[in-house]
Design a protein around this ligand. Structure first.
Ligand code: FPP
Length: 262
């Protein structure tokens, strides 16, 4: 399906010049959604996949360049085996079913996390989809899988330490830009907006290095209930924020004036 159609945004009008470049999402509340209905938790994840599809389509339609979804955390390995297996199966099915739509809409799939912990079949599905969508130039969809922010940083430190020991790198060369090169996806910009569903106010080990100035948006809506309007509402809330990156309001106003003259 092509995603060129105009959006109905009546309830939450957006300024298309000021959309976030990179939106990250902590998709929480699948279990609660299911439990409230007396269903097994897995049905919540199945319903959550529909929200994934909705948000991916809408992000693409709006012209958001990077969308990163926290699909499976390193801590999630501790869940009951049946739930872990169901999540892995859902992921493989998602990759298989969405491939054509990703290609039609020039969406490139990426993955971050300790991917070697994933079952071999899922690793293969991922590698295949990443390769088959690599040309997608309109949006990068990144799935965080077996992902933990601290592990990402620790693995980066290990690789950096190895380069120091081998003499490829000198201590005085280390700065934030160089450190970033050791992270899972150095080319992705930091998220501008992080959406978390189901009402919890924490980062849960997501994108710790990448989020020093990310705007946080928390909604009580459970992930399977998170649809087009909820996404538009989050984007509208983002547009009302004043992002200062530690500078004064006057400095930011001066910067904006300068950049609008060029
Ligand atoms: C949190 O809900 C959600 C997850 C642990 C998994 C998220 C996965 C999906 C939305 C589906 C698979 C993803 C893709 C990309 C196909 P929870 O179970 O922690 O909810 P709870 O806090 O209410 O228990």
């Amino acid at each position: 399906m092509e995603m060129g159609a105009a959006l109905t945004e009546s309830a939450f009008p957006l300024n298309h010049q000021r959309l976030p470049r990179h939106v990250a999402v902590i998709m929480d509340g699948n279990g609660r959604w299911a439990q409230r209905r007396g269903y097994p938790r897995i049905r919540g994840h199945v319903a959550g996949v529909d929200s994934v599809r909705t948000v991916v389509r809408q992000a693409r339609k709006l012209g958001i360049s990077y969308l990163t979804l926290f699909a499976f955390s390193e801590e999630n390995w501790q869940r009951p085996n049946l739930e872990v297996r169901a999540l892995m199966a859902l992921l493989s099915r998602y990759l298989d079913r969405e491939l054509k739509e990703m290609q039609d809409n020039q969406i490139a799939l990426r993955a971050i996390g300790d991917l070697k912990r994933l079952p071999g079949a899922v690793q293969q599905d991922l590698a295949r989809t990443i390769e088959a969508t690599a040309d997608g130039a309109k949006m990068i969809l990144t799935l965080a899988l077996s992902y933990g922010g601290r592990t990402e940083i620790v693995q980066a430190v290990q690789a950096l330490a190895a380069d120091l020991l081998s003499g490829r790198l000198k201590p005085q060369e280390i700065d934030a830009a160089l450190f970033r090169r050791y992270l899972y996806a150095p080319d992705l910009p930091d998220p501008d907006l992080l959406i978390r569903t189901s009402g919890e106010y924490r980062l849960s080990n997501f994108l710790l290095w990448q989020s020093p100035y990310t705007e946080l948006y928390v909604t009580d809506t459970l992930w399977p209930d998170f649809k087009e309007d909820d996404f538009l509402k989050a984007l509208a809330a983002y547009q009302e924020r004043e992002r200062r990156f530690g500078q004064t309001r006057e400095q930011i106003a001066a910067l904006n004036n300068t950049s609008s003259r060029h």
